[in-house]
Design a protein around this ligand. Structure first.
Ligand SMILES: Nc1ncnc2c1ncn2[C@@H]1O[C@H](COP(=O)(O)OP(=O)(O)OP(=O)(O)O)[C@@H](O)[C@H]1O
Length: 269
């Protein structure tokens, strides 16, 4: 616990009055007969990093996937309850899911660039969403996204080379550039550093800290040091329940719930 306290982010703590970007109310998820989430009610503050922590199998990824309806792609998954983005029900039948996933983008555990050039990896989303009307506009989007993802300096002279030829950390930042290219409001990250070495992890963590200026970020992480370093709000999941949510500093120094206390001191998980 002392170690984690030493790594706590020294930036501004979560502001009590921060506007709420996404809200979930009583979210229940079943995979077939198995219940994975038991009724999650959680507010995600705008332009902050919210970390989802908890032992393996407690439902963190399931919850994350509800936020942009990625669970729709799993046949056995049934989602109940409400999830609102700026007050709008993301499960409303009139919602265009492709549009929703542009507004609420996702970065996965394993970097997954398309087997295409660096340029095409970033331009693909803007192309299908019709965001550029000329080659010049597309170049601008691609270059800006790569800059925001902290990758421009490393790749600007080889945009035509395959994205899969980059290092793991660069590939993950390429995936972040790809998410940024369609101007998302929220970026969901499911253990984005678990396949990366410590140096690439530090670079991605610094990037997450910069990105929160413009984007709302929700990150699933197994690393409590990472949650402490990058997030302002931490939500602790346990066996499909939300055990506790609070400012990261408080969660790692003085949690209210015994399950959080036990988890962060390594008693289980
Ligand atoms: N596609 C699926 N089909 C059936 N059950 C699933 C599926 N995905 C997850 N589950 C189950 O739902 C529960 C929650 O899983 P989930 O992956 O959300 O947890 P997690 O906290 O993200 O775990 P981890 O930290 O190990 O990634 C687990 O019991 C898991 O086995």
């Amino acid at each position: 616990m002392e170690n984690i306290q030493a790594t706590l982010h020294k930036g501004p703590a979560v502001e009590a009055s921060r506007p709420i970007k996404m809200t979930s109310k009583d979210v229940i998820v079943h995979y077939g007969a198995k219940q994975a989430l038991n009724g999650i009610t959680l507010d995600i503050p705008e332009r902050q990093v919210t970390a989802l922590i908890g032992p393996s199998g407690c439902g963190k990824s399931t919850y994350l996937r509800c936020l942009n309806r990625m669970n729709d792609t799993i046949d056995s998954a049934k989602v109940a309850g409400k999830i609102l983005l700026d007050g709008e029900d993301v499960y409303d039948p009139d919602i265009d899911v492709v549009e929703l996933r542009a507004r609420v983008g996702m970065v996965f555990q394993k970097p997954n660039p398309f087997p295409k050039s660096i340029y095409e990896n970033v331009s693909y989303g803007p192309k299908i969403h019709g965001l550029a009307h000329s080659k010049q506009e597309m170049d601008e989007i691609v270059h800006t996204s790569l800059r925001k993802a902290g990758l421009w300096r490393e790749v600007h002279d080889r945009l035509d080379e395959p994205g899969t030829g980059l290092s793991g950390g660069q590939q993950q930042r390429l995936c972040i550039a790809r998410a940024i290219a369609v101007s998302p409001e929220v970026i969901l990250m499911d253990e984005p550093c678990s396949a990366l070495d410590p140096i690439a992890t530090a670079t991605v963590e610094e990037l997450i800290d910069e990105l929160r200026e413009n984007y709302t970020i929700v990150i699933v992480t197994h690393s409590m040091q990472q949650a402490a370093r990058v997030s302002q709000l931490t939500a602790m999941f346990h066996l499909g329940d939300l055990a506790e949510v609070g400012p990261t500093e408080k969660m790692f120094s003085n949690p209210d719930d015994k399950r959080t206390q036990d988890y962060i001191t390594g008693r289980f998980g």
